[in-house]
Write a protein that binds this ligand. Structure first.
Ligand code: PMP
Length: 360
């Protein structure tokens, strides 16, 4: 068996030991004679799997009891609507920061429910940077402030957590969760689709400060209500059990690697190596201001874009998969989440150097 290096932005590569464990458990989980996929979500077995996953995540991220940890469905995109419907309460507006495609989608959806103040946007700079704290024109009356710490498509990542005073800060951590240490207590709500750093698609993680529950709008669907999910331990209906179990295996793996501290060090090294290779050549380019370059998603262009398909074909031959940039921006993108080993980045850099020598 040979495994490729998969640079897909999501669904993304999973750690090999996690896949091996899932394979070993598939026909017969811990001698019970069935797979996790086939278990009742109400069974003692699955409840123990679910609780263990939550416990490990709380340890990894340092999440206190002030926060509920919810295992939801519908992807991060459903949260774009779920958040305003849960958090606005009596407020008639929310603050949003615009740093690219994912912030824009969150803004468009929120506009269906409330007045949106775009409190800063770096669109005039083609989203090559995040705004500075001093640029945020915050409204003390806003129900919450939403931002996207890492723009998966643009390859843009904040190097600070905005200070928003007493207004709750809401963060779309879909592509950076568990990638480095973060002070959870700065946030009112964090959400993330699972399919990058957590596990398979189908599961959405939401961490919400408990004092923010109960600010719901009457039209909020029951399935989207954080307090209902919390009260029912994220099992108001049938949850995506297999994805939840796999997320638990990923959390165990992160812990075995040394937790988010170790992940942060590994991710910094990987990113420095890849951006270093891009910057040391005129053949490759990345437009993002160095301070705001994403550790997780590294877009890059070839000086001569007529070579794009040859680059991709050669990469695939070497087992370097899914390097094509997002359809909206073109070029290349290497997503190097937690599960991408340094060897994968080394293989990519070696290929980039070889390709440049052949074509330049
Ligand atoms: N936000 C960000 C930052 C993302 O990267 C993505 C997915 N690429 C989404 C939201 C949408 O996530 P989902 O597909 O789970 O709805």
């Amino acid at each position: 068996m040979s495994r490729a290096f998969n640079f897909c932005a999501g669904p993304a590569a999973l750690p090999e030991p996690v896949l091996a464990q899932a394979q070993a458990d598939l026909m017969d989980w811990q001698g019970k004679g069935l797979s996790v996929m086939e278990m009742s979500h109400r069974s003692d077995e699955f409840v123990s799997i679910a609780q263990r996953a939550e416990r490990t995540l709380r340890e990894l991220m340092g999440i206190s009891d002030d926060y509920a940890v919810l295992f939801m469905q519908g992807g991060a995109s459903t949260q774009f609507a779920t958040i305003p419907l849960n958090l606005l309460g009596g407020h008639d507006c929310a603050d949003y920061v615009n740093t690219g495609i994912w912030s824009k989608k969150a803004i468009a959806e929120a506009k269906r429910y409330t007045r949106v103040n775009v409190v800063a946007s770096t669109e005039a700079d083609n989203f090559t940077r995040c705004p500075d704290q001093s640029e945020l024109k915050l409204n003390p009356e806003a129900g919450y402030v939403h931002y996207t710490p890492n723009e998966t498509i643009g390859g843009l990542e904040y190097d600070y957590i905005p200070d928003v005073g007493d207004v709750p800060l809401v963060a779309d951590l879909s592509s950076t969760i568990l990638s480095r240490p973060q002070d959870i207590n700065r946030f009112g709500l964090i959400y993330a689709g699972a399919q990058k750093n957590i596990g398979p698609a189908g599961l959405t993680l939401v961490l919400v400060r408990r004092d923010l529950m109960g600010r719901t709008r009457p039209e909020l669907p029951t399935m989207m209500d954080y307090s209902v999910a919390d009260k029912h331990d994220s099992m108001y209906n049938t949850p995506p059990t297999f994805a939840w179990y796999l997320a638990g295996l990923v959390f165990d793996w992160v812990q075995q690697q040394g937790g988010v501290q170790a992940m942060g060090e590994l991710n910094r090294r990987k990113a420095e190596r890849l951006y270093g290779a891009i910057d040391s050549s005129d053949f490759y380019g990345n437009p993002i201001q160095p301070r705001f370059r994403s550790w997780m998603n590294v877009p890059f262009t070839l000086a001569d874009e007529r070579l794009n398909s040859a680059f991709l074909a050669g990469a695939e031959e070497r087992g370097l998969l899914s390097l094509q940039g997002h359809r909206s921006v073109g070029g290349m993108r290497a997503s190097i989440y937690n599960a991408m080993p340094e060897a994968g980045v080394e293989a990519l850099v070696a290929y980039m150097e070889t390709f440049e020598k052949e074509k330049a």
